[in-house]
Write a protein that binds this ligand. Structure first.
Ligand SMILES: Cc1ncc(COP(=O)(O)O)c(C=O)c1O
Length: 386
């Protein structure tokens, strides 16, 4: 273990971040508002909407989780409501349902994109309605940057008149049919956590369909202060705004976002090449050209019968010995102790993916020497046990 650790996904600065942060200090905008917050929101809005005919606005927030929570607040989700949510995801997609005192109803994935399965989604909606409760929202996730089946999910949402919250935390730079992820739903969520495609050290954004919805989100995110010279409140508010310092990092990062997407996609190609020499391992890739993934994390799926008995955990532990980080896919929410009583609709796809798939180092800053180490590590794992 004497070699430096190779991380799954680490922050990658572009060089101009510090300039924006310094400006914030020089102008004393050391607060959760200021020119960097406005500039970062503008950069994101341009990136998401300039190449599209859609309209939208962006509110910069303290995290993706805060953005998800505000989306549910804006949709009026309250105690006793039911909210449909992709089971295979990070806990942050589902936790805000519980913050509101609502019940999550978890839905299985399909194998093409690993995301929300339209078939099980429909079954769940029909079943919940037949039990007397129509779900109030659908949380759909573009996992590891791969767009979910947007047309199919949107068609079901429209048919039953249920709003979608698009969890694009991992999908900045991904597109579906040429439109950017983050623009497909009533509300969309981005994350700029340290491991994401771009980072503000910690931060997120809520994407809305209108400027007025954004203004409402900002109002709620700044303690819901009524227009009065004193502090007056008619609604429950939150302290969810992004700091002007963090937003400065974000402005620098937005200057290199396309390079970051390109580098992550090259890592995916690197694994496609590498595993073409290895039996029984499939690199998760776009099902067709409608789906353009930023490949935030590259994912491989192992078929034990074809790998000569090598399992996901064998590969993970082998890489760990070589100081190379890898990680099983998100453990599905319906298997989490904290959500053990929540209903689930599915037939084992997410569970199987969790058992046999692995996320591999995918950072945009991996150098040739690190790639060589990853390649040698993976090849030695499959040689050793064959
Ligand atoms: C799918 C998904 N949703 C939501 C979040 C929450 O974002 P944050 O960490 O910015 O709160 C993350 C990442 O952390 C995520 O991967």
């Amino acid at each position: 273990m004497n070699k430096d650790k190779i991380w799954l996904s680490s922050p990658h600065m572009g060089g101009t971040e510090q300039k924006f942060v310094n400006e914030a200090f020089e102008q004393n905008w050391v607060a959760p508002l200021g020119p960097n917050v406005n500039g970062f929101e503008e950069d994101l809005k341009k990136y998401l909407f300039d190449s599209s005919s859609k309209e939208g606005a962006v509110a910069a927030l303290s995290s993706g989780t805060a953005a998800l929570h505000l989306a549910l607040v804006m949709l009026g989700i309250k105690a006793g409501d039911e909210v449909l949510c992709q089971s295979m995801t990070f806990a942050a997609s589902a936790n805000p349902i519980a913050y509101q005192g609502a019940t999550p109803i978890f839905i299985d994935s399909e194998e093409k994109t690993l995301n929300l399965c339209p078939k099980h989604l429909r079954t769940a909606i029909e079943d919940r309605i037949s039990k007397g409760k129509k779900p109030k929202a659908i949380i759909a996730v573009h996992l590891y940057g791969m767009p979910y089946q947007v047309d199919e999910i949107n068609a079901i949402a429209k048919e039953f008149d249920i709003p979608v919250v698009e969890d694009a935390a991992e999908a900045l730079g991904s597109t579906y049919k040429g439109e950017r992820c983050g623009t497909f739903a009533e509300y969309a969520v981005l994350s700029f956590n340290g491991n994401k495609i771009i980072t503000t050290s910690g931060g997120g954004a809520l994407v809305t369909k209108s400027q007025s919805a954004k203004e409402k989100a900002v109002f709620l995110a700044t303690q819901a202060r009524d227009a009065a010279p004193h502090y007056q409140h008619s609604e429950i508010g939150y302290n969810y705004r992004l700091s002007n310092i963090s937003a400065g990092i974000g402005r620098g990062q937005m200057q290199v976002v396309d390079e970051r997407v390109k580098a992550r996609r090259e890592m995916h190609e690197f694994y496609v090449d590498l595993f073409s020499e290895i039996e029984g391992v499939k690199v998760h890739s776009a099902p067709n050209e409608d789906f353009f993934s930023n490949h935030w994390l590259s994912v491989v799926c192992l078929n034990e019968e074809e790998t000569g008995g090598i399992k996901r955990e064998d590969l993970r532990l082998h890489l760990e010995e070589l100081n190379i980080e890898s990680r099983p896919l998100w453990k599905p929410m319906h298997l989490q102790p904290v959500f053990k009583n929540a209903p689930f609709y599915g037939n084992g796809v997410a569970e199987r993916l969790f058992e046999n798939s692995l996320c591999l180092p995918s950072g945009s800053n991996l150098n040739q020497e690190e790639k060589d180490r990853i390649k040698a590590g993976i090849l030695s794992c499959f040689k050793k046990q064959k």
